[in-house]
Design a protein around this ligand. Structure first.
Ligand SMILES: [Mg+2]
Ligand SMILES: [Zn+2]
Length: 218
C-alpha cells in the first residue's frame, strides 16, 4: 500500500507544544484563560497541516494536576473545559483541529516526584490513557472510525513520553523543544539508534509540521 493512501492522524501534545507551559496546571486558578498563549508557529503550522487531504488532528494531553487534591478547582470537568476552550481558540484562528483527549490520572512515579502534594488515590494509576501509553491514540482512531493499519500516526510533543507514545503504535514521534529540552533530548538519544526512522528532532513546531507535509507528499 502506498504511504499516501493511508489517513494521516496527528496527535499533538498541549503544554509546551501548542501553548506555553510554566507548570501552570491550567484550570487550578480562576484566571486560566489569561494564561493561554500559543507557541510560535502553532497557528500557521496547523493551518498548513490541515491542507493535507483527509488529515485528522487531535490534541492529547496528560493533566496529572487533576489527581492533585490541593488543586481544588482543577477537576476532570475543569480540565475538559480548558481543553475545549483551547480547541475553540485554535479553530477561531483558522487552525482547525478535530478534537482532543485529556488524561486526568497521575502515575505512581509522578506522585513520588511531586511528594509536596496530596493526591486523590483513585486517580493514581498507570492507566492506558496516560502517555507514554497509547490509549488516547486509540480514542482518536475510534472516534474517526480508523484502523491503525490504515493510518499514518504522528505524535508531536516536547517530552520523551510523547515520543514513546508514537513508538508504541508504530508511529512517528516528532520532538519539539521547550523548557527542559536538554534532559528530554538526552533521554531520546538513548532510544534513537534503535528507532532511527521513527524519531525526529524538529527545531520548532513549524519545522515539525513541514516534516509531516514532506512525508505525506510521497
Ligand atoms: Mg508537553
Ligand atoms: Zn488516564
Amino acid at each position: 500500500m502506498k504511504n499516501n493512501s493511508k489517513t494521516p492522524l496527528i496527535l499533538i501534545d498541549r503544554d509546551g507544544t501548542l501553548i506555553f507551559d510554566n507548570k501552570y496546571h491550567l484550570g487550578r486558578t480562576n484566571d486560566w484563560k489569561k494564561k493561554i498563549k500559543f507557541l510560535p508557529g502553532v497557528i500557521n503550522g496547523i493551518k498548513k497541516l490541515k491542507k493535507i487531504p483527509n488529515i485528522k488532528i487531535y490534541m492529547v494531553t496528560n493533566q496529572p494536576g487533576v489527581a492533585i487534591k490541593d488543586f481544588k478547582l482543577l477537576t476532570k470537568e475543569r480540565a475538559e473545559q480548558v481543553a475545549q476552550y483551547i480547541e475553540e481558540k485554535l479553530n477561531k484562528r483558522g487552525a482547525i483541529i478535530d478534537g482532543h483527549f485529556v488524561c486526568g490520572h497521575a502515575s505512581p512515579a509522578y506522585t513520588k516526584k511531586r511528594s509536596e502534594y496530596k493526591f486523590h488515590k483513585k486517580l493514581i494509576c498507570n492507566c492506558t490513557c496516560i502517555k507514554p501509553n497509547y490509549g488516547m491514540v486509540f480514542d482518536a482512531l475510534k472516534k474517526e472510525g480508523l484502523k491503525k493499519s490504515n493510518t499514518n500516526i504522528y505524535v508531536i510533543g516536547d517530552r520523551i513520553s510523547d515520543i514513546k507514545t508514537a513508538l508504541k503504535v508504530n508511529g512517528k514521534g516528532i520532538f519539539v523543544p521547550f523548557k527542559g529540552e536538554k534532559e528530554e533530548i538526552e533521554k531520546i538519544n538513548k532510544i534513537k539508534n534503535k528507532n532511527k526512522k521513527s524519531i525526529y528532532l524538529a527545531k520548532n513546531f513549524l519545522d515539525a509540521t513541514k516534516l509531516i507535509i514532506k512525508k505525506e507528499k510521497r
